[in-house]
Design a protein around this ligand. Structure first.
Ligand SMILES: [Fe+2]
Length: 397
């Protein structure tokens, strides 16, 4: 018998509450913690709509102040506006309602309010010490995707540049994640597919990461199992509450897994595509993942078989290719990047990511460039063919 390899598991969210209609628990959670004033960071898409009206009603005893944020990834201007509004509100409970943008904005705004200096001073993917903010922080995701409600990181672009900053601290994590599937039935089909495929990518990359271990594997495995079945249903039948619920739980579990196991080459490529070409994050992962997993195949071992089994396919890459086709994301990179220089820049940008180092197979620059070239061809839902020589000895060194 072999002992588990050394690992570190990070999880800072105290409670995950899940159930249809559980949004109604917000006032009792606030009163239990003796909170009196609420600051609500919300996707501006919801401002003036039914959800804001419901929150306004539910939170009336807490005199809620709403702050809308755009749906694109937050930048330093977005965070600064949220920080100023949070400080001005003097709130003792902060609630983020929406997708990854609303949650990441709220996370970063709280830290910007409780730490000195510009936000650049608390940037660091490996975790930089941050002073806690006194507000009780609750995240309420309305789309299944980022897992930000349970992760301790946030991504913020530096306004006016292509530079994306990663902030990471347990102090940034939500204390409570509230998962109410009734809130996700209004997500448009395109958003459901792209954000859901992001969650699939989190599950697969956390499961196969070099940092995966006995505390993350069960979450990643369950996440992929739920998402593989439920995501196509949620895309076809947006009001199917069972499918929405499974996607929401799967996305949260994938978030717990990648918070410790980190992510891999598909996210490294997606990060470069987002920064350089403004490709939406979920779609960027869909463009990359079947190809990166075809590349990873020789290094996956039994986990490759397990992913294939969960997807009902003969290989992980084939299953992920079919899934992206099923949810309408089988696109060509040419739709976003259409010259050699652009593709060179994406490959070079991906190589700078720390995610490359925890990918199950270690790529060199030429391999990443070959994968980016392959991404020009839609896979048609079948096994992506990518022949790149594999050396087990190089992986071991
Ligand atoms: Fe992601």
């Amino acid at each position: 018998m072999k002992a588990p390899a050394p690992f570190t598991f990070n999880h800072a969210t105290h409670r995950v509450v899940y159930g249809a209609g559980c949004l109604a628990q917000l006032p009792s959670m606030a009163s239990y913690e003796r909170r009196t004033r609420a600051f609500v960071v919300i996707d501006e898409f919801f401002i003036g709509g039914e959800l804001q009206a419901r929150l306004d009603d539910l939170l009336r005893p807490l005199s809620p102040r709403f702050h809308g944020v755009p749906r694109h990834e937050p930048d330093t201007d977005t965070v600064e506006a949220a920080r100023a509004a949070l400080v001005d509100s003097d709130a003792d409970i902060a609630i983020a309602v929406g997708g990854g943008s609303a949650m990441d904005t709220a996370k970063a705004a709280r830290m910007a309010a409780s730490n000195p200096g510009p936000i650049d001073d608390i940037v660091g993917p490996a975790g930089v010490f941050m002073h806690p903010h006194p507000s009780l922080f609750v995240c309420v995701p309305t789309t299944a995707g980022t897992g930000s409600e349970v992760s301790s990181s946030a991504i913020v672009a530096k306004s006016g540049t292509d530079y994306k900053m990663v902030l990471n601290s347990p102090e940034m994590s939500a204390r409570i994640a509230l998962l109410d599937p009734e809130l996700s039935v209004t997500a448009p089909a395109g958003v459901t597919a792209a954000s859901g495929y992001d969650a699939v990518t989190h599950a697969v990359e956390a499961f196969t990461s070099k940092l995966a271990g006995p505390m993350t594997d069960p979450f990643a495995r369950s996440a992929l199992s739920l998402l593989a079945t439920a995501l196509p249903v949620a895309c076809r039948e947006p009001e199917n509450l069972d499918a929405r619920a499974a996607c929401l739980v799967g996305s949260m579990q994938a978030g717990i897994a990648f918070n410790s196991a980190h992510l891999g080459l598909a996210h490294a490529i997606a990060g470069a595509l987002g920064a350089l070409n403004h490709v939406p994050h979920g779609l960027a992962n869909a463009l990359a993942l079947p190809w990166t997993m075809a590349y990873n195949q020789p290094a996956l071992g039994a986990k490759g078989d397990e992913i294939a089994h969960l997807l009902g396919a003969s290989t992980a890459a084939e299953g992920l290719s079919r899934l992206r086709c099923e949810v309408g994301l089988d696109q060509s990179l040419d739709d976003w990047v259409n010259d050699d220089t652009g593709r060179d820049n994406v490959a070079a940008g991906a190589m700078k990511s720390g995610q490359v180092r925890v990918n199950p197979r270690t790529p060199d620059a030429a391999a990443v460039r070959a994968i980016v070239e392959a991404m020009r061809t839609p896979t048609g839902g079948v096994q992506p063919e990518l022949a790149l020589e594999y050396s087990p000895r190089r992986e071991a060194s």
